[in-house]
Design a protein around this ligand. Sequence first.
Ligand SMILES: [Zn+2]
Length: 62
Amino acid sequence: MAEQSQSKTWWKCGECGHTLQADTPPETCPSCKHKCEFKDVSCYTPECGMSGPDPKLLGPDS
Ligand SMILES: [Zn+2]
C-alpha cells in the first residue's frame, strides 16, 4: 500500500519558518524574500502519514 503521489520534500525556511513542498529548496524564500537556508523537514515516519512536514522536525520556534 505505497502511495508515492506526494514524493516531494518539505522545506522549512531557517529565517521565518515558512514551509513549502518542492523537489529542491528555492534560492529565495517566497515568504520572507531572503536567501535562507532551507531545512528538510519531510516526515519519514509512518505514524504521521508521511504526507507533510514532520512536527517533530518543525519543532517549537525557539
Ligand atoms: Zn523565509
